[in-house]
Design a protein around this ligand. Structure first.
Ligand SMILES: Cc1cc2nc3c(=O)[nH]c(=O)nc-3n(C[C@H](O)[C@H](O)[C@H](O)COP(=O)(O)OP(=O)(O)OC[C@H]3O[C@@H](n4cnc5c(N)ncnc54)[C@H](O)[C@@H]3O)c2cc1C
Length: 469
């Protein structure tokens, strides 16, 4: 049995701690904040529950696999991890250049035939992508899935190159598909071709929300970790990591192994490594306006809308340069009273994709105001979204930077397409400090919850192969 200290109680750190403790190691998890969850946070506004950060769960098979692996330990603990995942009727309603479309594209829409053709190629890759989310890319088990994927994309290595080669796609639908790479924090020219398949796979396998809100995943992971025997300590900011010890303001923890669930730059500072050279391209950040509404939005507004920018290429250029764009991609998450959350009033979250500029924003900031007006008009509302809010909060790049990448980049530094996915950098195990392992979003840029949880499973399986309890 080794003493393992897991640093950071986001989804990645929590999942890794539960897996390692269930395998028999003595695990302590240190979280700086007073609450767990990191980017997946829960707040209360005007007496209503609002989960900030992730709003949709994709690839639900990844959660099932995590529970399955946790069941392999000496005691059955997975009952405490049960989630009531509810499938949404559509993955979202998209607005681009005057066109409105749901995914999957319904019959009767001018893009339906092209979407069907696209889906027939990509939806069948769902099992292969799920396998890659869960399989160590160095193992032979990953090869069949990789082969099938390469059979589809051929030599078109990036999402942009691949989508541009599909000349039969209507331009608008191509942009709606391509914009999904911003879920990975970067432009389609920086993601592997695989990301082109995601909208079709998501449409086939569903977008899900746990009843009670996405933060239920955090509370379930905490229960699982504690049931596996993890010592969970909150309010313990780690100030230094060295071989054999992890220091917080309160005390020093002895550690045979350390697992970091932190952003890579933040980890580097704790290890005393020099800060990365600037300038470099960062993944995007967000400006999220969450509010409680005095009245629900009109019936025609669904739970999840996506409003695209007028010129996606200009947005990608601005984000890569760290500049505020003219307009951006926005998610609008609208939950009516009693829908998903146990709330008595409707809530709305407007997530504006923004540059990782460490800036603070308010609802009165010109960029936020301009976008709120554009989005409200696009959704066909009579008044601006923020006018109907009785209480609101803005989470900005400065907020995300206060505990993640210091400029607020949600997925750390942007990397070339070939360095994400299976060949990601940084690696799970630190080559300079072999006692140090990594999990979390900066190891798996862009995969969101499935990649963070899948990555935690792959990293801990590799760790356990070297250090069985
Ligand atoms: C606005 C937004 C929308 C998103 N939407 C989706 C979505 O719809 N679907 C999806 O799948 N994904 C989505 N994501 C991505 C998803 O939320 C993240 O990928 C995931 O939550 C990241 O988890 P993590 O474990 O890597 O890290 P984090 O959540 O960053 O956790 C790191 C933890 O480390 C702690 N920490 C930092 N420094 C220290 C220290 N010195 N000592 C101790 N602890 C420390 C932090 O407090 C934090 O709790 C979204 C993210 C955001 C921000």
């Amino acid at each position: 049995m080794s003493r393992v200290v897991v640093v950071g109680g986001g989804l990645g750190g929590l999942a890794a701690s539960a897996l390692l403790a269930q395998a028999g190691h003595a695990v302590t998890l240190l979280e700086a904040a007073t609450t767990l969850g990191g980017k997946s946070r829960r707040i209360e506004l005007d007496g209503q529950r609002i989960d900030t950060g992730p709003s949709l769960v994709t690839f639900p098979a990844v959660w099932d696999e995590l529970l399955h692996r946790l069941d392999a330990g000496p005691a059955r603990i997975t009952d405490v991890g049960a989630l009531d995942l509810q499938r949404l009727p559509e993955i979202g309603r998209y607005h681009y250049a005057g066109e409105t479309v749901s995914l999957p594209v319904p019959a009767g829409h001018p893009w339906h035939a092209a979407w069907q053709r696209f889906s027939e190629i990509h939806a069948p890759l769902a099992d292969d992508v799920t396998a890659l989310l869960l399989t160590d890319p160095r193992s032979r088990g990953a090869l069949p899935a990789v082969r099938r994927l390469l059979g589809v994309y051929g030599s078109r290595l990036t999402t942009r190159a691949y989508l541009d080669s599909l000349t039969w796609l209507p331009d608008g639908l191509r942009e709606v598909i391509a914009i999904h790479t911003l879920n990975a924090g970067v432009s389609p020219a920086r993601t592997p071709a695989l990301y082109a398949s995601m909208p079709a796979i998501m449409a086939a396998t569903g977008a899900w929300v746990p009843r009670g809100g996405v933060h239920e995943i955090v509370t379930a992971l905490r229960r699982l970790a504690e049931a596996a025997g993890v010592e969970v300590l909150t309010g313990q900011a780690v100030t230094r990591i060295r071989r054999g010890r992890v220091r917080t303001a309160q005390r020093e923890h002895a550690a045979d192994l350390v697992v970091s669930g932190l952003d890579e730059d933040r980890l580097g500072a704790l290890l005393g490594r020099p800060a990365p050279r600037r300038p470099r391209t960062l993944s995007c950040s967000a400006i999220a306006v969450h509010g409680v509404l005095s009245a629900p939005l009109p019936e025609h507004v669904p739970a999840h809308s996506v409003v695209l920018p007028r010129h996606p290429a200009a947005l990608h250029r601005s984000l890569a340069a760290g500049d505020e764009p003219a307009d951006t991609m926005a998610f609008v998450n609208h939950y009516r009273a009693g829908e998903v959350y146990p709330n008595t009033r409707s809530t709305v979250g407007v997530l504006l994709t923004g540059p990782a500029n460490d800036e603070r924003y308010t609802v009165d900031h010109p960029f936020v105001q301009r976008e709120i007006v554009r989005i409200s008009e696009t959704l066909g509302l009579d008044a601006s979204l923020t006018e109907g809010m009785t209480e609101s909060v803005v989470l900005d790049p400065h907020h995300y930077g206060s505990f993640g990448e210091p400029h607020g980049a949600l997925y750390g530094a942007a990397r070339p397409a070939w360095q994400s996915g299976p060949f990601h950098q940084p690696a799970y195990r630190d080559l300079r400090a072999p006692w140090l392992w990594r999990v979390g979003a900066s190891v798996h840029p862009g995969g969101g919850i499935p990649a963070v949880l899948g990555g935690a499973m792959i990293a801990t399986a590799r760790l356990l192969a070297r250090h069985p309890a």
